[in-house]
Ligand binder design. Structure first.
Ligand SMILES: Cc1ncc(COP(=O)(O)O)c(C=O)c1O
Length: 445
């Protein structure tokens, strides 16, 4: 065929190393702070809930970190993932812009999340841990960790954000099929859950508090986080490394790279290897208008969870106890973002845009009707941003991350197609209330 649609790599081209962007970041790194003393938190502060293998990756200064062979073997179940040229979408949009997407929906769980779930389960199993606890928003992360735990013989306990638990019963079934135990959050099982009973739709912040509490009280159980932390972003860089090779196969170089941002891991996974390679592209992060951390948040130290159990991290935040409206992009309902990504937004290297639900689903349906794949609501934000770029008219080559499929998100599509999808937005009053509750911590420039 003279006009290929897919650009594929062989299994031996699965990356051998992850790209650590920490040494390339502008300015001095801002350390996480201990939640009690507000002093810089060191590796020892993290040992109650993380294994040393992951803590060392969290603070690694080397530009690359080797991927353990067992992890590469497991990656072989779905990696390398395909890169597509969106010829049909280009035609539907009537554009000369060449659009490519890196598709992570071919993993067993249907998104990019197993890229980090597998190395996290591996390091915990190696350290003799018996069980992992975690939160899940969209259900993508919980199912990915359940899958990864099943590969390495670990038990898995998941606190699923209430609104997603109700919207996506089959995500719960997936987790149970892989052997996990799933609770609706806020639950009655933890202090953090009981303290938040008045927020029945839940939030990622509350679910994280519940999962951290369980891990902190059980010596055989560690906690696992699906985004935000340095080691999670590190693991996701397999995406961008493969995409660089695939863009070479296509004979093109992106001048705009786009992804959606919840905590920042799929975006970073795609973008960081291009940044390391010195790409001159513009980088655009797309987020929901209902939870606009990068576009409206303040750059400040804040807790990663609602109860204030995690270290304080420097990030764009809407306030750690902000409970976003129950929009369908459950994976984007987080009050903050990865510190590494926030630093790059602050430095002006990454742009951010926020989109409402209906305009996002309109883009997703357009994509599904041209390219076939039904996108998850999270990357639908990236597709909205792609269409915006095309309409602005100055991009020649766009690469975006299609980080998951939406086959378990059909309730959301139902609501959109039935005209009942709402467009909640973040109000100034929400903002003022949340910021008034920011913890006391050193100011950051
Ligand atoms: C499909 C999908 N995309 C995106 C995200 C957002 O997370 P991140 O910004 O870390 O990629 C999630 C999180 O659950 C998700 O499930």
């Amino acid at each position: 065929m003279s006009e290929p649609t897919k650009f594929l790599l062989r299994e031996e081209q699965i990356p051998t190393h992850w790209v650590n962007l920490l040494p390339d970041l502008p300015g001095d790194p801002l350390p996480p702070l201990h939640p009690g003393t507000k002093q810089p938190a060191g590796p020892d502060d993290l040992t109650p809930i993380f294994p040393m293998g992951l803590i060392l990756q969290e603070v690694a200064q080397e530009p690359e970190v080797e991927i353990p062979e067992e992890v590469r073997q497991a990656y072989g179940l779905w990696r390398p993932t395909p890169l597509f040229r969106a010829r049909r979408l280009e035609k539907a949009l009537g554009t000369q812009t060449r659009i490519y997407y890196k598709y992570e929906g071919v993993s067993p769980a249907g998104s990019h999340k197993p890229n980090t779930a597998v190395p996290q389960a591996y390091e915990n199993a190696k350290a003799g841990v018996k069980k992992l606890s975690t939160e899940t928003g969209a259900g993508q992360w919980g199912s990915s960790l359940a899958f990864a735990c099943s590969l390495f013989g670990l038990d898995c306990e998941v606190f699923m954000v209430g609104s997603s638990y109700d919207q996506k019963p089959y995500r719960r079934s997936m987790m149970q099929t892989w052997g996990a135990t799933v609770h609706r959050s806020p639950s009655e099982l933890t202090q953090s859950g009981k303290a938040n009973a008045e927020h029945p739709t839940g939030s990622l912040g509350i679910a994280i508090s519940e999962a951290v509490e369980v891990a902190a009280q059980d010596p055989d159980c560690n906690y696992s986080l699906g985004s935000v932390l340095n080691h999670v972003l590190l693991h996701q860089t397999v995406i961008g490394q493969e995409a660089i090779l695939q863009m070479e196969l296509a004979g093109d170089e992106p001048d705009v790279v786009i992804g959606c941002v919840g905590g920042g891991s799929n975006f970073a996974g795609l973008a960081f290897p291009f940044l390391r390679a010195g790409s001159k592209a513009r980088f655009v992060a797309a987020e929901p208008a209902a939870c606009p951390t990068l576009t409206r948040g303040v750059y400040s130290y804040d807790f990663g969870d609602t109860a204030g159990l995690t270290p304080l991290m420097p990030m764009y935040t809407l306030g750690h106890d902000f409970v976003p409206p129950p929009v369908h992009a459950g994976g984007l309902r987080y009050h903050g973002d990865a510190p590494m990504l926030c630093g790059l937004v602050k430095a002006g290297r990454i742009e951010a845009r926020a989109y409402k639900q209906n305009e996002t689903f309109e883009a997703a349906v357009r994509f599904a009707r041209s390219e076939g794949i039904i996108p998850a609501p999270e990357p639908a934000h990236a597709i909205r941003a792609v269409i915006d770029e095309v309409e602005r008219g100055d991009a020649k080559v766009i690469l975006f991350g299609l980080c998951g499929h939406g086959n378990f998100d059909l309730a959301a599509y139902d609501a959109y197609l039935g005209g009942t999808l709402e467009d909640p937005e973040f109000s100034e009053a929400d903002m003022d209330a949340a910021l008034a509750r920011l913890p006391e911590a050193p100011a950051i420039a």
